[in-house]
Write a protein that binds this ligand. Structure first.
Ligand code: SAH
Ligand code: SF4
Ligand code: F3S
Length: 441
């Protein structure tokens, strides 16, 4: 009987990517994927700790893992990712049924553990180089991730990531190009470059190999078979002209930028240690809008950071209204262990946070819906992902602007097609495939 694994993933795209690598590695070790946790010999969780509710969600799953382990003690329970890194060896004291724990990116350690003689509690929490040579078991054959750097050198006062992912470490540009070449040869058409601050890429590399983020984009754009390039996230403090111009020059680089705002108030940005202010942020937006016609713009916003007054919050609303984002992720501030902001004594009461959140979400949606109307009547390029979630007789895909598009047609996953847009909401566009002008098929 083949051994079976199950991986449950929480958190951001980096964890998604790590989970794909975990699955690829386990497959090459002779394991098979199980559909459900209770069918697996190896139960893995890839965890996140970005906000308190991320922790809580994961802990609620651990109860089930404990029961499954007691039913069959030969089962192995493993916990990887940012939560694991943030509690380290403590995990074995708090959850004695956990057999192995490892930090983000340390997938290869899991293999080491599985190949070792004694499967007793072991933790792997050193920060080390990203293992780029693991085969990824991709969710969709035509989309791939490329992790260009690990860790983060910023010190945002609310954020746990620098402590869970360590100092910023850029990967060697040649290794990255080779990885994309392999992806392209394997059928990937859309690649997403990942990093906590992608546009500081390369600054830590030795002078003889150092290239800028925009140079890396250019090299990836030049590769045969790669038709779409995305990246996340750039930091507004490091968003420079060369990256913005790359969007204009490079045919594969999509017209979408996710530019995290966090707050529209300069005093709050200062307390957050974001190192840009409202004016600098708006200046970046003006440059993007001026040079990249029709660019999709999305953002992250934190509501209720310690000390946020009504006036500060109104400034956030003002920026949201002024910029007119195509979409935004909005988060209630959550104090994280070991961060500066968690020690600040002017925490915003929960009801106030809730009220502000509701007002923000309403404005975000209203502006996103208005912005989306610009697509009506236009024919736009869509990369087909699969059947529509709400109506499986229709097809779902994504535009270059990163809008979800549901449409009537016959296209298959992985195809690039032209879709004529008929209606638009804040979340998605709807239309019909233009049958005669399928491109790149
Ligand atoms: N490196 C990325 C962010 C990664 S975390 C960047 O700087 O853009 C993703 C988002 O989670 C952040 O942009 C922020 O909006 C949110 N976030 C991070 N820590 C948080 C906290 N303690 N409470 C609420 N939201 C938080
Ligand atoms: Fe966290 Fe700031 Fe680094 Fe993003 S840039 S990961 S928010 S410390
Ligand atoms: Fe979560 Fe770690 Fe990503 S805390 S959001 S999994 S970097």
């Amino acid at each position: 009987m083949m051994k079976r694994f199950h991986v449950t993933t929480f958190g951001c795209q980096m964890n998604e990517h790590d989970s794909e690598r975990m699955k690829g590695m386990l497959t090459s070790l002779g394991y098979e994927e199980a559909d459900q946790r209770d069918q697996a010999d190896l139960i893995l969780f890839n965890t996140c700790s970005i906000r308190e509710n991320a922790d809580n969600r994961f802990i609620s799953y651990l109860g089930e893992a404990k029961r499954l382990k007691s039913e069959d003690p030969a089962r192995v329970v493993g916990v990887g990712g940012c939560w694991a890194q943030s509690v380290k060896e403590d995990v074995f004291r708090r959850f004695p049924f956990v057999d192995v724990a490892f930090g983000p990116g340390q997938i290869h350690r899991l293999a080491e553990f599985l190949n070792s003689d004694s499967l007793t509690a072991q933790g792997y929490f050193e920060f080390e180089e990203f293992a780029g040579d693991l085969p990824a078991h991709r969710a969709r054959p035509f989309q791939g991730w490329l992790q260009i750097s690990q860790g983060c050198n910023c010190v945002c006062s609310y954020c746990i990531v620098p402590s869970t992912r360590g100092r910023e470490q850029s990967r060697d540009p040649l290794a990255l190009i080779e990885e994309v070449e392999r992806l392209a040869a394997d059928g990937v058409r859309e690649v997403t470059l990942l990093g906590q601050n992608v546009n500081s890429y390369g600054r830590d590399l030795p002078a003889d190999t150092r290239i800028r983020f925009s140079d890396l984009l250019r090299r990836v754009d030049g590769l045969e078979g790669i038709e779409r390039i995305r990246y996340t996230s750039p930091h507004p403090k490091d968003m420079r002209e060369d990256v913005i111009d790359a969007h204009v020059e490079l045919p594969a680089l999509c017209e979408h930028i996710h530019l995290p705002l966090q707050s529209g108030s300069s005093p709050i940005l200062k307390k957050m240690r974001r190192t840009y202010n409202r004016e600098r942020y708006l200046d970046r937006v003006a440059m993007i809008r001026g040079r990249i016609p029709d660019c999709g713009l999305t953002t992250d916003i934190i509501v209720g950071f310690p000390g946020e007054t009504d006036e500060d919050f109104n400034q956030t609303l003002e920026v949201v209204d002024q910029v007119g984002y195509d979409g935004a992720f909005t988060f209630g501030y959550s104090p994280r262990r070991g961060t500066l902001a968690a020690e600040m004594d002017d925490q915003v009461p929960h009801p106030v946070r809730k009220e502000r959140m509701a007002a923000l979400v309403e404005l975000v949606q209203e502006r996103a819906k208005q912005r989306a109307q610009r697509f009506i009547g236009r024919s736009i390029e869509v990369l087909v992902e699969g059947p529509s979630r709400s109506d499986p007789s229709r097809i779902r895909g994504r535009s270059r602007h990163n809008k979800a598009v549901n449409f009537d047609g016959t296209a298959e996953p992985g195809q690039l097609v032209e879709v004529e847009i008929e209606t638009a909401t804040s979340q998605s566009l709807s239309g019909s495939e233009r049958l005669l002008s399928g491109i790149g098929v």
